[in-house]
Design a protein around this ligand. Structure first.
Ligand code: ADP
Ligand code: AMP
Length: 215
């Protein structure tokens, strides 16, 4: 089964992907994580991605699709797509790629969170640069302050989580990504979760129920 987690920045895609990996043995494909890894390795791909990420803009489709295409030559089932696709072009590319592999997207979970909550979450997000888990300065502190529970790496704040970049990223989401809701609704594979202020565990239970329904 392949699942897409769709939602605005800060809606909890990475958190739910982490649960699905730990509890259901899925494999997470986060384009944001792959791009940040290329940036920290200072590869030419990373240098290119940084130009866009540091401005809160989307990395162009041809680059993003290329990253996913390369990844999927090795792993192409049991995937949780986290932060991909983000444009109609990417969604079409993904459909074609899966088609060629005789695979498909079985479920798209749209995590619907209102903007004021998104801003509060992003402004408090702290992440582990090693295992990529995300924490929150108020809602989800690690056991030892600013140290990852899993690998003891010091936690960091993402540079694109600043208030100014957050504003741009939320605008980009509204203009370029939201349209994917109707794209997947038309295919009858989209399920919307009204997340509001509900806990991550609560949302995870709902995702599990949706997965059961399509088995
Ligand atoms: P995304 O991957 O969609 O950008 P994250 O999973 O990184 O979002 O979550 C953004 C921030 O919100 C993180 O600090 C995370 O710990 C926190 N968070 C995620 N889900 C919830 C939730 N249901 N309730 C409260 N905080 C949450
Ligand atoms: P994320 O980690 O999903 O919050 O993504 C962080 C940033 O990486 C985004 O603001 C974009 O600049 C870039 N990015 C991640 N995924 C994509 C994608 N599918 N298409 C274009 N840009 C992306």
């Amino acid at each position: 089964m392949n699942i897409i987690l769709l939602g605005a920045p800060g809606s909890g895609k990475g958190t739910q992907a982490e649960y699905l990996v730990e509890r259901q043995k899925f494999i997470q494909l986060s384009t944001g994580d792959l791009m940040r890894k290329a940036m920290s390795d200072k590869t030419s791909l990373g240098i290119e991605c940084e130009k866009y990420i540091s401005n809160g803009q989307l990395v162009p489709d041809y680059i993003t699709n290329g990253i996913v295409n390369e990844y999927m030559q090795k792993v192409n089932d049991n995937l949780i797509f986290d932060g991909y696709p983000r444009t109609v072009n990417q969604a079409e590319f993904l459909d074609e790629m899966l088609n060629k592999l005789n695979k498909k997207i079985n479920l798209v979970i749209f995590i619907d969170v209102e903007e004021s909550i998104l801003v509060e979450r992003i402004s408090g997000r702290i992440v582990c640069p090693t295992c990529k888990r995300s924490y929150h300065k108020i809602n989800k502190m690690p056991k030892i302050k600013w140290i990852c529970d899993f690998d003891a790496t010091p936690l960091i704040v993402r540079s694109d989580d600043s208030p100014e970049k957050t504003k741009t990223r939320l605008e980009v989401y509204s203009k370029q990504t939201k349209t994917l809701i109707s794209y997947y609704e038309k295919r009858n594979i989209l399920r919307q979760i009204h997340a509001g202020n509900r806990s991550a565990d609560d949302i995870y239970s709902e995702i599990e129920k949706e997965m059961e329904l399509i088995k």
